[in-house]
Design a protein around this ligand. Structure first.
Ligand SMILES: [Zn+2]
Length: 326
């Protein structure tokens, strides 16, 4: 999810104290040999994305490694409990809530191989450099609470070691690949939630792990190209998955995903129309109501975040075109 620290602070303010998802949620077995380490999103803090751990012949495959030390400690605890080494990391995209843990996990075992796209290079030169600059400015302003200072310092330390986030095995195109001896279908979606999103379909369990192509309560559009994202959701729908793990939040059924996909398309269409941003956001929140239940605070978050994204990202200066090709 979001990395730009100034933008992040604006959105976090909208989320308020109900931002849920505590760091101590227990790992969940999704299938034989597939474990979810749920991401967290605590009030006043930046999020951690979900991690998925696949058993493989050569060890464990960890898909996304979170942002905070406590998240990677939970990944390490799963590996320890299974008495198996981490053999490979697959990163779905370069946002810091999905890649930061790479550094410590590789430091603990340099033989761990990272599979990802090369989009981290563009991110280090652009978005992450910008984020680091605004983070340092915020620290220099001297008006931050201790939790915010800790969050910014965590990200600045990761960005400072950014070159070590680069993949050992660059995944350039979609196809089946043996990762630590386990066959996974790796898909590369260009210009979607980020410059290049990698998502996974596991034919053995019919689980799709899609990173931030699916997030609730809103699609996190900070570095997105909406049209490419819509195409990526079509490609996900074309696989015969039965369980889908989003970048944040609980696993979904196929029916849940189709609700999300329809809502996403309607949101992009609304943003391209003359409708007012709050109306598009209300439409989004109504469309995803089956996914967030009748929790009025969740609905409020969905509406606030989406109105922000329609105004600032889909229509704002630079807008969606900034992250689209050409
Ligand atoms: Zn994320």
């Amino acid at each position: 999810m979001r990395v730009a620290m100034a933008g992040m602070a604006a959105v976090l303010a909208l989320l308020g104290p109900a931002a849920s998802a505590q760091r101590d949620a227990a790992p969940v077995a999704l299938a034989d040999g597939v474990t979810l380490v749920p991401g967290s999103f605590e009030p006043g803090r930046q999020p951690d994305g979900n991690s998925i751990i696949f058993d493989a012949p050569a060890g464990l495959i960890v898909v996304d490694t979170g942002r905070h030390a406590w998240h990677r400690d939970r990944i390490s605890a799963v590996a320890k409990a299974r008495t198996r080494p981490i053999a490979a990391i697959v990163n779905t995209h370069w946002h810091l809530d999905h890649v930061s843990g790479n550094l410590a996990l590789k430091a603990a075992d340099p033989s761990v191989k990272v599979y990802a796209t090369r989009a981290i290079d563009g991110a280090l030169a652009g978005f992450l450099a910008d984020g680091a600059r605004s983070g340092r400015d915020m620290l220099a302003g001297g008006k931050l609470d201790p939790t915010t200072i800790e969050e910014i310092e965590t990200d600045l330390a990761t960005i400072a070691s950014g070159k070590r986030l680069r993949p050992d095995v660059a995944v350039e195109r979609s196809g089946a690949m043996a990762v630590a001896g386990r066959r996974l279908d790796l898909h590369v979606a260009a210009h979607a939630a980020t410059e290049a999103d990698l998502w996974i379909y596991d034919p053995a369990t019919r689980i799709a792990v899609v990173g931030d192509l699916v997030t609730l309560p809103a699609p996190f559009l900070d570095t997105a190209c909406a049209e490419g994202w819509r195409e990526a959701l079509a490609a996900v729908a074309a696989t015969p998955f039965t369980t889908l793990v989003p970048g944040h939040g609980a696993p979904m059924t196929r029916a849940d995903f189709l609700v999300y996909r329809r809502a996403f398309a309607a949101l992009v269409d609304c943003a391209a129309s003359a409708a007012a941003a709050p109306a598009c956001a209300e439409g989004w929140a109504a469309s995803i109501a089956p996914l967030i239940g009748d929790d009025s605070r969740a609905r409020q978050r969905a509406t606030s975040m989406t109105a922000y994204y329609v105004a600032k990202l889909l229509r704002g200066d630079g807008g969606k075109r900034k992250y689209c090709p050409g």
